[in-house]
Each structure stands twice: as C-alpha cells, then as structure tokens.
Design a binder for this molecule. Structure first.
Ligand SMILES: Cc1cc2nc3c(=O)[nH]c(=O)nc-3n(C[C@H](O)[C@H](O)[C@H](O)COP(=O)(O)OP(=O)(O)OC[C@H]3O[C@@H](n4cnc5c(N)ncnc54)[C@H](O)[C@@H]3O)c2cc1C
Length: 378
C-alpha cells in the first residue's frame, strides 16, 4: 500500500491548490473529493477576487493570494479569467463613508492601497451609478475571475505533476495511528498518509470532529443572479458598505449580482436560491445601477458554504492530533483566499509552519465558547 506524504480531504479551490503546492515541493499527495473538483462553493461563487474589506486577520493571506492570482497562467496554464478590474466599495451614507476612511487606515500597514472617492469623483468616473451613492473606496488591484475554471485547473495541473486526484471518492472516516493516518472511503478503500489536510469546506467541522476538534460551523447559501449579456459598461466589481448587494460584469457582458441568501441542505448536498432574495437583489441592484431595470434576468443559483460565528475561517493545526491541519468555514469569502490557503497548507504539512501570519484564525479562539463535549457525554 502507498504511504502518501499527505492526504487532502476536499477538492475545492483550497484543496486543489494544496495538492498543486505539495507536488511542487515533491511530496507524494492524494486528494479525495466526494464529487468533482471545484463543483461546490469554489465553482459556483460570485467570482469576486477582493482584498478590500477583509478583516486584518485575513489580510496577510489575501495579500499572498493576490500575488498568486497574477501568476495563474505560469502556474496552472490558464488565467481563470482573472482581471484586475478594481473593486469599488460604495458608501450610501456619511457613516458608510467614515467606515471606508477608517478601513483605509487599517489596511495601509498591510500594503493595501485604497483610493477614497467623494460624490463628485464617483459621478464623474462611474456615471451609471444611482443617486443613493455618495462616495466610495477603490482597490485598483482587486478584481474578478471565473470560479468554474480555477479549481479544476489547479487539480489538472497537480495531477500532471503526479498528484493522485480521486474524484467521486467520499471519505467516510479517518483516524490517527502511530505514524500517520488511516483513511477509509465510501467504496471501502483504505489509504494511508503521514499528514492529513482537512479542506472539506462546509463539511470541515464534521471532519475535524472525527479527531476531537469540535467547533460549530453553520452553513450559508449566498443568492446569486445573472442577466442577459449587456454592452460592457461596469469596469470594477462593486460592493457596498453593509454587503447587502454586490455586482460585476463578466467578459461576455452578463451582469452577475448577489444579495441575500437561499437555502442550503448540507446533509443532502443540495442548495437552492429563494425568490424573495432574488426580488430584493433586483431591487438593490437597480437602485445601485438604474440601467439594470431594463435587463433580463436569465438565471439564479446558490451554493453551500461553511459559516463561522465570527465570520472568519479556521486555519491552522489541529488542537488534538499531530500532523492534522484544518482550513474551512470561509463564510462567503474564501475564493480570493483559496490559492494562498493551498500554499499555506502545503507549508504546514511539510514544514510544520508557514511564513504567512495565520495566528488570528486558529481554532483555539472558539475554545472558551464551546461546552466541554466530553463532560456533556458523561
Ligand atoms: C454563492 C457563493 C458566492 C460566493 N462568492 C464569493 C466571492 O465572490 N468571493 C470570495 O472570495 N468567496 C466567495 N464565496 C466563498 C467561496 O466560494 C468559498 O469560501 C470557497 O470556495 C471555499 O473553498 P473550499 O475549497 O474551502 O471549499 P469547497 O469549494 O466547498 O470545497 C470543499 C470540497 O470538499 C468536499 N468534501 C467535503 N466532505 C468530503 C468528504 N467527506 N470526502 C470527500 N470530499 C469531501 C466537497 O465535496 C467540496 O467539493 C462564495 C460562496 C458561495 C456559495
């Protein structure tokens, strides 16, 4: 039986990037994905590649990921339709504008440059915006990409480098043994690896629980809409303070927007958008960009995303089990982070540490909040 250097549970963008980075370092790696690589959240998201607005605990990862996004053609052979169109976050009140100004100060030490725009500048540069917009903050190096393309390309490249990528392969249990991990699949195969990377997305807490790492991970399903193709006009990806609406125009002209939430059933691996969320999204999108009132909506969808109570992912070593590392619960904003999360996980697996600051994302931050499960079971 092959004894892999590392096994990965989950073929989302984070898992596929981890497989790629592990193979770049020469490690033997197996990736186990229940369905198809990039078919869950990583393949159905909005496509926002945004650093602006992130919590300081995430910014070092977002900064590292941004350098990888630029290098995709060289690394995985495609650009994933990544375009640095900029990300413009809009203010609709003086309080919003004050928040944008304060955030620009917070982000500066991380090297994130934000340009603050007043009402006149916004009107002049983005005349299509509605009257409710009073200002904004532009991150010129942020952008957007096609989520359908990126995770499969990482998986394809990792496989080309020698990774064992197994799709349609669900992991049903895994346990720590003396020298590593024994992993069992739904088909009854048993695999062995020295390190285990839990990159199972909305199912990450379930996998962590197999090893006594208990954390509450909820689920969310951002409601997405897309219009017929329109002549190009939008430029940057748009967001707002409060996050209730976000909009971008894809290269072939369709305008994609997200607002509110649909319904996700994690156990049945099913999610569906909700008509009420779609109707509210249309209202918000038209208020932001009045010309969208004439556009035909052609499709709505959603996906299954892990959600942590503080809005930040878990990323780092297991508290209970040596050589086990987790990264899950990205709470609606892990697409931009995915490429760097894979690189960081490969470093944790092979070196036991990473040069990127991840301290604020440790699972220990929840320890005080959770009841002692062993005590509860006695
Ligand atoms: C509708 C929507 C819009 C979003 N918009 C954005 C955005 O604009 N920008 C942004 O940055 N982020 C966005 N996100 C969030 C982003 O998509 C996710 O945070 C990110 O894709 C998570 O990647 P992942 O690899 O951790 O998880 P996933 O892509 O969910 O991958 C995890 C994989 O693990 C597999 N798996 C789970 N359990 C097992 C098991 N036992 N055995 C085998 N395989 C298993 C699953 O099948 C899945 O494929 C959005 C999410 C959604 C749903």
């Amino acid at each position: 039986m092959i004894y892999y250097d590392a096994a990965i549970i989950g073929g989302g963008l984070a898992g596929c990037s981890a497989a790629f980075h592990l193979r770049q370092r020469g490690a033997s790696v197996i990736l186990l994905e229940r369905g198809r690589c990039g078919a869950q959240a990583s393949g159905v998201n909005f496509g926002g590649v945004r650093q602006q607005g992130r919590h300081p605990a995430e910014l070092p990862i977002a900064r590292r990921s941004r350098t990888i996004w630029t290098r995709l053609p060289e690394l995985i052979g495609i650009d994933g339709e990544f375009r640095a169109t900029g990300h413009l976050k809009l203010a609709r009140s003086d309080a919003d504008m004050a928040n944008l100004e304060a955030y620009a100060e917070t982000a500066r030490p991380y090297g994130l440059v934000l340009e603050l725009l007043d009402r006149a500048a916004i009107r002049q540069r983005y005349p299509y915006l509605g009257d409710g917009v009073i200002g904004g903050s532009l991150c010129a190096e942020d952008g957007q990409a096609n989520p359908r393309l990126v995770a499969p390309a990482f998986a394809r490249t990792a496989r080309g480098l020698g990774a064992d990528i197994r799709e349609e392969t669900e992991v049903v249990s895994a346990a720590r043994e003396e020298t590593g991990f024994r992993i069992r699949t739904a088909m009854g195969d048993v695999l062995q690896a020295r390190r285990l990377l839990n990159l199972a997305g909305a199912w990450g807490a379930e996998v962590a629980g197999w090893f006594g790492d208990h954390v509450d991970e909820g689920v969310m399903a951002p409601n997405m809409c897309v219009t017929e193709p329109l002549p190009p006009f939008l430029g940057p990806a748009l967001g707002v303070c409060g996050g209730d609406i976000y909009v971008r125009q894809v290269p072939h002209g369709s305008v994609v927007f997200g607002a509110g939430y649909g319904v996700a059933d994690r156990d049945r691996v099913r999610a569906r958008p909700l008509a009420e969320a779609t109707a509210e999204g249309v209202r918000l999108a038209v208020a932001m960009i009045p010309r969208l009132a004439d556009a035909l909506l052609v499709r709505t969808w959603t996906g299954i995303e892990g959600k942590m109570t503080d809005g930040l992912p878990v990323l780092g070593p297991s508290q209970a089990t040596p050589d086990l590392y987790h990264a899950f619960g990205f709470t609606g904003h892990g697409f931009q982070l995915g490429p760097a999360v894979g690189a960081i996980m490969s470093e944790l697996a092979l070196d036991g540490s990473t040069p990127t600051a991840i301290e604020g994302l440790s699972m220990t931050r929840f320890a005080a909040a959770l009841p002692d499960r062993d005590a509860m079971s006695t």
